[in-house]
Design a protein around this ligand. Structure first.
Ligand code: TXA
Ligand code: MG
Length: 337
């Protein structure tokens, strides 16, 4: 049975007790909910089983203070100290050379490991109370959109884990930015809550992995090669000049075959007027709003039985949203001129 508890003192104590006993427990973070287990515990195996996660996809190690980082990594270079000072606690995961004590199952056999200090106070309190760094991927069934509230975790993992700590709706709504500092130059492997521009102010030489820029390139990190973040509905991404995209989506909508699938249009607030008479849902204005709404709305569309989603992407939604929705759509994309 899976219990849901509030993220108060007693909920935090209960989570820490289970974690110390080698269980995997769902916890809130500011990005998405995580399915956490002590890095050195048997709970790590349970994470993979509960999620149905491929074994070759490494986990992020979560810490409650910078001292804990030393348990997970072999060395902390100057560039990492700079980023930790600037962005921790917060949505930035930093890949560093792995400490030999960290089990292979955590790093998927790699010589490196990702570390992050979450901003959510309950997450840090649970890590501190458990007294160990926690390995935690997003708390969804592998392939599904990441959970941004406790109910989403429950719908994916009920019966598979003992406890969900409910810390409310996640403030950011997409996963952390992942940056690799284990090589000669800093590379962003996954866009997220912290933008490349923000990082560039501290590390001018940072670049985006080529897999994020070009189609058909090597995936940036093991986790990026799988179809991901996908609702049950079919997703089609349209991008280009707004008026032309809207014309195209309206055509698709009136196509009989699509119409039987109860289509829903997702777009920025400012583009909603282009779809006045059609079923449309706004993701708000700008990147932060779109990030916060994205996974939530994908899951809501499933709950409301829409079988096809037209996603009107515009640049103001930002790189993190583009990366997630393109993964959800797989090859289903149209660039409109
Ligand atoms: O915001 C987040 O990061 C959330 C919350 C729970 O903290 N966690 C999360 O974990 O998104 P997960 O497992 O869903 O995504 C981890 C990503 C994957 O794409 C994985 O391949 C990559 O980080 N990753 C982890 N360790 C790595 C490593 N050593 N080298 C390359 N990529 C790594
Ligand atoms: Mg994930």
């Amino acid at each position: 049975m899976t219990r849901i508890v509030r993220a108060d003192a007693s909920g935090i104590r209960e989570a820490a007790r289970l974690l110390k006993g080698g269980e995997a427990v769902a916890i809130p973070t500011e990005t998405v909910y995580g399915l956490a287990a002590g890095v050195f515990s048997a709970g790590v195996e349970k994470i993979f089983t509960a999620k149905g996660r491929p074994q070759d996809n490494p986990l992020i190690v979560h810490v409650s203070d910078t001292a804990m980082v030393r348990l997970a990594v072999r060395e902390v270079p100057q560039a990492a100290l700079v980023l930790m000072e600037a962005f921790w606690p917060g949505p930035l995961s930093i890949i560093l050379p792995k400490h030999p004590a960290v089990p292979d199952v955590v790093s998927a056999g790699l010589e490196t490991v990702a570390v992050r200090m979450p901003q959510h106070p309950a997450a840090r309190a649970i890590i501190a109370a458990a007294g160990t760094p926690l390995a935690a991927p997003s708390a969804n069934t592998s392939g599904r959109p990441s959970p941004t509230c406790a109910a989403h975790v429950f719908s994916d993992l009920a019966g598979r884990i003992p406890l969900i700590v409910d810390g409310g709706r996640c403030a950011i709504g997409v996963e952390s930015t992942v940056i690799d500092l284990s090589g000669d130059e800093p590379v962003i492997l996954r866009p997220g809550g912290i933008t490349p521009e923000q990082i560039r102010r501290f590390l001018p030489g940072v670049r985006l992995h080529s897999g994020l820029l070009q189609e058909g390139e090597q995936p940036a990190s093991p986790g990026m090669k799988y179809r991901h973040y996908a609702p049950a509905a079919e997703v089609i991404v349209f991008e280009g000049p707004s008026q032309n995209v809207a014309r195209k989506i309206r055509q698709r909508y009136h196509n009989d075959q699509d119409k039987q699938k109860d289509p829903l249009i997702l777009c920025s607030e400012e583009n909603v007027p282009l779809y006045q008479d059609l079923p449309v849902r706004s993701l708000g204005n700008g990147a932060a709003a779109a990030e916060s709404a994205l996974f939530y709305e994908l899951r809501r569309a499933d709950a409301q039985h829409h079988q096809i989603l037209y996603f009107h992407y515009d640049e103001l939604m930002g790189l993190a949203v583009r990366n997630r929705i393109c993964k959800a759509a797989a090859q289903n994309r149209e660039r409109i001129r």
